[in-house]
Design a protein around this ligand. Sequence first.
Ligand code: G3H
Length: 478
Amino acid sequence: DGDEFKYYFEGEWKKSASGKSVSIINPTTRKTQYKVQACTQEEVNKVMEIAKAAQKLWAKTPLWKRAELLHKAAAILKEHKAPIAECLVKEIAKPAKDAVTEVVRSGDLVSYTAEEGVRILGQGTYLVSDSFPGNERTKYCLSSKIPLGVVLAIPPFNYPVNLAVSKLAPALIAGNSIVLKPPTQGAVSALHMVHCFHLAGFPKGLINCVTGKGSEIGDFLTMHPGVNCISFTGGDTGIAISKKAGMIPLQMELGGKDACIVLEDADLDLVAANIVKGGFSYSGQRCTAVKVVLVMESVADDLVAKVNAKVAKLKVGPPEDDCDITAVVSESSANFIEGLVMDAKQKGATFCQEYKREGNLIWPLLLDHVRPDMRIAWEEPFGPVLPVIRITSAEEGIHHCNASNFGLQGCVFTKDINKAMLISDAMETGTVQINSAPARGPDHFPFQGIKDSGIGSQGITNSINMMVKVKSTVINLP
Ligand code: G3H
């Protein structure tokens, strides 16, 4: 009935005093795969206390030592890629190869963060006073970057390892401690990742991982006075968190409705390949997935035909067999996707493939002739269903993109770099990709959303800088 896993606190694995657990349902089999502890609010209080104490000592640990431990953790993580990937396959139905890639990418991210951290944090500033009007050279200002304290890290189900370490590693190199609350689907993969950090030998209490029901400990964690920074990736829960959190730095990456604008002169084979990869990899369950295609009417028939030919080749089935399209994460998610599809059907969208669903498994579907009155023109399916809207000018595409509540990424396909630059400037999104599908990586690139897609900027360098504050000491001469 599913192996039960302990939570991680003060360098030890513990069972919750609640005596209760939360079940993790395998999306493919729809049976309980694992169980994790349902931690209580009292346990959260203790974790916060310990994390605070451990952080004080960690902040005094030399930067090179912090980096050394992170490099060690990265190596251990990569050594354990197979068992962690197996958990990802079972908990979130990530295709087998992508699951391994997630772990390897995470190891690389941790190492890069250690390297980047020693450089960024090894530098401070030195200012003299007489450059500002009215001052003599009697003041010397020395500034450096110091940690914030306890960082609460909340990653989403689709990258429970990678989007956990993208918060942990910058926080740790900068001298912060961590309270990690993994998503329920993905919690066991995250606990395995934490185990790699445990094996690396980080001090007790510096990294803690609590599991449990959002309804029991979610608000309690995000509103906890012991938290000095929240780094969250997920859905619109992030908006609710931002309204309730205290006066602390917030880093949020929320949803997206990434538009793909295709002009007449685009290389349609390149576009089709990017639409299929961008729209359907991990069954569309990426915040950066292509979520709406805005194509010039004159090339739309050709493009749709090319995309359909590629969609026909996608392998649908179990993640263990490394299929391209696997079950979406939960039944409620599958129901939501189906709701969008049925709405589009009722309002007259053209179905390029037959709609097919078995349990949580939804076959890939391209919907052509989608119009703005259909929900799928605006909402994020987080599934293998992609709408195509035909446009008659680039402005129409930009207008649709900018009318969205979201503003994560977008992309434009054209051979004319001048047009591409103008469209990029006009698109109100955190990033615009020219001639490629949206993507977060490489992981040191800045990554940010505007509007309902987030607050702050991520990417290794930006995350390190976000998880510190500036401290100045001014030497005053008589
Ligand atoms: O799901 C949100 C992730 O940040 C997207 O990352 O572009 O590497 O898939 P990705």
